[in-house]
Design a protein around this ligand. Sequence first.
Ligand SMILES: Cc1cc2nc3c(=O)[nH]c(=O)nc-3n(C[C@H](O)[C@H](O)[C@H](O)COP(=O)(O)O)c2cc1C
Length: 193
Amino acid sequence: MGILLSVICIILSLLTIIIILKINTLKNIEYQKPEILSDKKILIVYYSNGSNTKNVAQNIHSITDGNLKEIILTENYPKNIFKMSNLVRQQMKTGSLSKIEEIDISDYDVIFIGSPIWGFSISLPVKAFLKNNNFQNKTIIPFFTYSGGACKNKILNEFKNFTNTKEIKKPLFMFENGIIFTKEQIIKWLNNI
Ligand SMILES: Cc1cc2nc3c(=O)[nH]c(=O)nc-3n(C[C@H](O)[C@H](O)[C@H](O)COP(=O)(O)O)c2cc1C
């Protein structure tokens, strides 16, 4: 019993040290505009069913000063989360995508694209956006929010398969709403793109 308590105490102490170190590295972080964003026309496009992806998109917008656009559905999902999840599951099975309003990307060089993760995959509205547009000569920077399971490599490959540009930069995977230091985590990612 005594040994078990000591092990638990050591683990808790180590976790506390790791959290403090992480907080300290994020606390004083400053945005250093990466080369690929210099003198570029930047668009931040996102879909958000709740508000997590929207929150990350708004932070990217406030840091990079691009244009912010939301992917709007022409047919909304049911508000009830169980009905919505069932419909999404059905659509995924049949391979059908959400119906969305058009977004003109022709003016932009760099496009941040944000999606929640649905069924270990890109959300269907964002898949529709990727399918509807031509990304030749565009640089794409994906970002995602999720609640537990992301299958990051699979999702990145999906992104590559849906677009025709090789310029896909390092994505951000943000656990739900980032929990703490959302903006600082985003700056850290942007500084290293
Ligand atoms: C239909 C549906 C499927 C989801 N599937 C996953 C999943 O496979 N893995 C995961 O980590 N989170 C999953 N989630 C949780 C969302 O990815 C997460 O809550 C996200 O931050 C929601 O973003 P939003 O608030 O911008 O809509 C799912 C949510 C919904 C509604």
